[in-house]
Ligand binder design. Structure first.
Ligand code: B16
Ligand code: MG
Length: 215
C-alpha cells in the first residue's frame, strides 16, 4: 500500500540545475579549471562537497581552500536563486502535490540541497509538503538512503509505503538502498533503474504513478 510520495527538488519540482551550473562555472573560471555543461551532468543530485571534488578532477587542495571554494560557489548560487518564484515550478509539479493531498496521501521533500528551504519558500509550496529532509538533515549524501529514510521517519511511515520521485542516478540508488519504490524522471540512461520512468511530471496524474507502481 502506498501512503506517501517523497519528492527530490532540483530536476523534479523546479530546475535549479541551471543556477548550480552557472555558480560552479563562475568558480571554475576564476580557478582556471575547464568546466562545460557536459562536465556539469555528473553533479546532478550530488551534494556540494562531492560536486567540488568532481570539479577539481583530482587536484589536491587544503581543507581551508575547499571550504572557501564551497562558500564562494554557494554565494553565487544564493544570488541566482533570489530570482526564483512560483512560475519556476516545473510543469505538473504543483497539480500533483495537490492531488496527492486531496487523495489523503502524504508528501515530503528529499533534497540534498542545504538551500532547499529557501527555494521551497520562494516557490510557495511549503504548505503542500508534510515533511522536509534536506542537506542539513543527515550526514551521508545520496546514494546513501539516509535522506529518504529521514523523510519517511518524519512522516511516520515505513519505506515500503513511500515512493521516491527523482531525476538523478544517485537519487534512484538511494531510494533502492532504503527499500523505497521509485519513479525516475528523465532519460532511461540516467534513471532507468527506477521502478517506473516518465520524461517529466508534465501531465502525470496520481493514478499514473499508482498504476506504474502496481498499487
Ligand atoms: P546545495 P537535489 C541537489 O539538489 C542538486 O541537484 C545538486 O546539484 C547540488 O549540488 C545539491 O543539491 C546540493 O545543493 O549546494 O544547495 O546544498 O536534486 O537533491 O534537490
Ligand atoms: Mg535532483
Amino acid at each position: 500500500m502506498i501512503r506517501a510520495f517523497i519528492f527530490d527538488l532540483d530536476g523534479v519540482l523546479t530546475d535549479t540545475a541551471e543556477y548550480h551550473y552557472r555558480a560552479w562555472k563562475r568558480l571554475a573560471d576564476e580557478e582556471g579549471l575547464p568546466f562545460t555543461r557536459e562536465d556539469n551532468e555528473p553533479l546532478r543530485g550530488v551534494a556540494r562537497r562531492e560536486s567540488l571534488m568532481l570539479l577539481l578532477k583530482g587536484r589536491a587542495c587544503p581543507e581551508e581552500e575547499i571550504q572557501e571554494m564551497m562558500a564562494r560557489k554557494n554565494n553565487y548560487y544564493l544570488e541566482f536563486i533570489k530570482e526564483i518564484a512560483p512560475r519556476d515550478l516545473l510543469p505538473g509539479a504543483k497539480e500533483l502535490l495537490k492531488e496527492i493531498h486531496a487523495a489523503g496521501l502524504k508528501t515530503a521533500l528529499g533534497s540534498a540541497s542545504k538551500n532547499a528551504g529557501e527555494v521551497i519558500e520562494r516557490l510557495g509550496i511549503g504548505g503542500l509538503l508534510d515533511a522536509t529532509a534536506d542537506g542539513h538533515s543527515v550526514e551521508r549524501a545520496k546514494p546513501a538512503p539516509d535522506l529518504f529514510l529521514h523523510a519517511a521517519a518524519q512522516l511516520g511511515l515505513p519505506p515500503a509505503q513511500c515512493v521516491v520521485v527523482e531525476d538523478a542516478t544517485a537519487g534512484i540508488e538511494a531510494a533502492k538502498a532504503g527499500g523505497f519504490r521509485s519513479v525516475g524522471l528523465g532519460p532511461p540512461e540516467r534513471v532507468g533503474n527506477a521502478d517506473a520512468v516518465f520524461p517529466s511530471l508534465a501531465g502525470v496524474r496520481l493514478v499514473d504513478l499508482l498504476r506504474a507502481m502496481h498499487a
